[in-house]
Write a protein that binds this ligand. Structure first.
Ligand code: GLU
Length: 484
């Protein structure tokens, strides 16, 4: 199993705070709309932030004060939605920026939620499992007390440094204090499948990243403009971060015919222009506790330098602020697939666009996670597994159609041939099939929507994605009659 990564620190320095940068990119897009300054401002600002500090009794009996946050950026739709991260770099500005990105992300892919994000300022590697459980449960309790969690209020999910285990603790804590046990399962997503989770949620973000990059590569004229052949097949890829998102994105991209030439983790990076076998690299890392010294590959001890390797597609899948004005001029990739949130600073975004790179923006490309979270939330509120009532029916329908073909053509097919056709065609969709189909449809549809908008306004994809979400959020406010 892949482990969450702890790569470079957030680094925005002189380029402005993370939230400022999200807003700079918003402003660049807002000029392509004709909404009033008041409405645009209401969309931009962060509605509420809860900053809490609480004590943790450590395993050795000492007391440590823990700092944590939850930001709800926009209530134009409810509940609000977004992950919870455990990282040293967590602060108020970061959760506000990430919550804002969640608002725009949900709007781009038509997932009916407002944006939120939570963070606990800890390095999870420094705490035992029992300590992490105490921290998670206390955090959940604090959220519940202030009405910052609930199926119709605000629904957390995994993010950097958290996963299904933490979500199960959140569910259990919330369930013990709520007075609405019927819908309690929908208070958090990314849960284990046995605890109301939906099949396919773990891989969803990485799978969505793959669908998005594949769709971009399928537009022959866009590839031609970059000097690349159409299609994913044979394209060289460098991935930064092999956590849940990076690992699964790498896996699907490799399966889809791309060649992984560079992989970067916090201890360093490896490069092999002939291609790296992902599973072999993961096994090597588990055995030696480092990605370095992988047979046949070149070591790159400075992990950040991997971003500058020669490749067709660069996928930053770690933390924000990785590509800045200092390294942007040296980036060689033609396509940058933002699997992480905010990996490119606003100023670096300008540099890369001037160089002619195609940036597939975070708020679109990593939206697969929240899309499948939406499917999980629907499953929890409907109290039934997707496909449970239709699967057999679909299977039988297909079988009846095949029998009708036999009858109408008055031909008896050979029994073994008929059996083969039945097994190929006569099946009903399982939950995993439905989730993946909904995810693929969402990612492909949204890509073409922002691509068209970009053409219409003659802008890059990020600006187009912002225009798309600004329009959708504005429409919600206008329909509520708040801004005529
Ligand atoms: N943390 C993920 C993100 O940044 C998923 C959020 C969710 O599923 O609610 O998009």
């Amino acid at each position: 199993m892949p482990t969450a990564t702890n790569t470079a620190h957030t680094h925005h320095g002189s380029e402005g705070s993370f939230f400022d940068q999200v807003n700079m990119m918003f402003d660049k897009a807002a000029v392509h709309t004709d909404f009033s300054p008041g409405l645009l401002n209401q969309i931009k600002i962060c509605n509420s932030v809860y900053h809490m500090e609480f004590p943790l009794v450590r395993d050795n009996g000492e007391i440590e004060v823990i700092q944590a946050f939850r930001a709800e950026h926009s209530h134009h739709k409810q509940p609000t939605k977004g992950g919870i991260r455990y990282a040293d770099a967590v602060n108020e500005d970061e959760v506000m920026a990430l919550a804002a990105l969640m608002t725009y992300k949900c709007a781009v892919v038509d997932v009916p939620f407002g944006g939120a994000k939570g963070g606990i300022k800890i390095n999870r590697r420094n705490y035992s499992e029992r300590e992490l459980e105490r921290i998670t449960r206390r955090y959940t309790f604090e959220l519940a007390r202030k009405n910052f969690i609930g199926p119709g209020v605000d629904v957390p999910a995994p993010d950097y440094g958290t996963g299904a285990r933490e979500m199960a603790w959140i569910l259990d804590t919330y369930s013990s204090v709520t007075d609405n046990p019927l819908d309690a399962l929908a208070c958090v997503t990314g849960k284990p499948v046995g605890q109301g989770g939906v099949r396919g949620r773990t891989e969803a973000t990485g799978r969505g990243v793959f669908y998005g990059i594949r769709e971009a590569c399928n537009h022959a004229e866009d590839m031609q403009a970059l000097g690349l052949a159409p299609g994913l097949e044979g394209k060289t890829v460098v991935i930064q971060g092999l956590g849940n998102v990076g690992y699964h994105a790498a896996n699907f991209l490799q399966e889809g015919g791309a060649v992984l030439v560079g992989l970067a983790e916090y201890e360093g990076a490896i490069y092999n222009p002939q291609g790296l076998d992902l599973e072999a690299v993961m096994t090597h890392r588990r055995q030696t506790e480092s990605i370095l010294d992988f047979p046949g590959a070149q070591n790159i001890p400075n992990s950040a330098a991997a971003l500058e390797l020669e490749c067709d597609i660069l996928v930053p899948a770690a933390l924000e602020g990785q590509i800045r004005t200092d390294n942007a001029p040296r980036i060689q990739a033609k396509v940058i697939g933002e699997a992480a949130n905010g990996p490119v600073t606003a100023a670096a975004d300008t540099v890369l666009n001037e160089k002619g790179a195609l940036i597939i923006p975070d708020m679109y490309l990593n939206a697969g996670g929240v899309t499948v979270s939406y499917f999980e939330w629907l499953r929890n509120l409907s109290h039934v597994r997707h496909g449970r009532m239709s699967r057999r029916f679909e299977e039988h329908s297909a079988r009846r159609i095949l029998q009708a073909v036999e009858m109408l053509t008055e031909k008896r097919f050979a029994a073994d041939r008929f059996a083969k056709v039945v097994s190929d065609v006569a099946f009903g969709a399982s939950e995993a099939d439905l989730v993946n189909s909904g995810l693929e449809d969402t990612m492909v549809g949204a890509y073409n929507e922002i691509r068209e908008l970009g053409k219409q306004h003659n802008t890059d994809l990020r600006t187009a994605a912002f225009v798309s979400s600004i329009k959708k959020v504005a429409a919600s406010y206008q329909q509520m009659g708040i801004f005529p």
